[in-house]
Design a protein. Sequence first.
Length: 366
Amino acid sequence: EKGGYDHFMLKEIYEQPRAIKDTYRGRLLADQGIIRMAGIDLNMEKFLNANRIIIVACGTSWHAGLVAEYIFEDLARIPVEVEYASEFRYRNPVITDKDVLIAISQSGETADTLAAIKLAKEKGAFVFGVCNVVGSSIARESDAGAYTHAGPEIGVASTKAFTTQITVLTLMALKLAKAKGVFSESRYHEYLTELETIPSKVEKALESNTLIEIIADVYKDSTNCLYLGRGYNFPVALEGALKLKEISYIHAEGYPAAEMKHGPIALIDEHMPVFVIATKKGHYEKVVSNIQEIKSRKGKIIAIVTEGDEQVRDLADHVIEVPETLESLTPLLTTIPLQLLSYHIAVMRNCNVDQPRNLAKSVTVE
Ligand code: F6R
């Protein structure tokens, strides 16, 4: 049942090229320049007339929501707010019938997310569900939706659900960008064709597994770790930290790289591993200067870089390469090494990778 892998989590990490392909199969028709998503087509007016999109989710799905905020605003120019479902539902939020609420949930059963969509519906918002489990409560309660088609996710730590959620949300943003006319034809085509190359680039990213095992062995006894990223890769830093916490029980925090100087830099000494996402596009030079600041305080630097990078290689203690892609698609690649790192560290610490203590696969209590 684990298909020859030691754990479901590892199997599911390796399934990502296939899962991402399954998610866009039948939807992404790159050569025809079409994205087919009935749930959007049938409700296009709701999206185009929306004052804003509110995304609600918990945990890893909330991180996918944060990535989506960057994508929707950057590509489709629609204002987005991302909320923890548990906070949103209890703070008397301002919701109108001009709002579109997107609920993201792997299980489709998370109690707080379900309650948040019920509240939004009562106030007249249009609710769109992005779920993995077909026929789940959130899928049924939503006005429309799109499934992620990741296949069953058994490991408690979410992996392929995250990358397929980002895939669906990217398709949505591209479709809306096209419909709004805010995207040039050539830029649209560039995105569509690049999205089709992602599964093979994820495959390539997975090839760093042996190197990552070596790095995991160096840092497995750490008691604290920092994860830094900027822009599209800030949510990836949060997700990297969450993965490490939940399965290896090492305290980890994710931060936007530029926030380091507002506090966390005080933590840095020779015992602090800092995982930095420093891919070429985006805020590369700024992240490089953050890396220099860490280095001058003797922090250990493990950097996720674009293939062929030399500048960061000179500064970092370890570098892990991922293939080059469009900036907004980098989270689909930079997440992969961080998943593998957490996995190997947890295995080396003899943790129960697939069923970490105190955690359940779907959180049906609030
Ligand atoms: C992290 C993890 C949790 C879930 C969260 C939301 O690896 O598994 O943080 O992401 O409980 O679950 P869903 O997506 O089912 O609503």
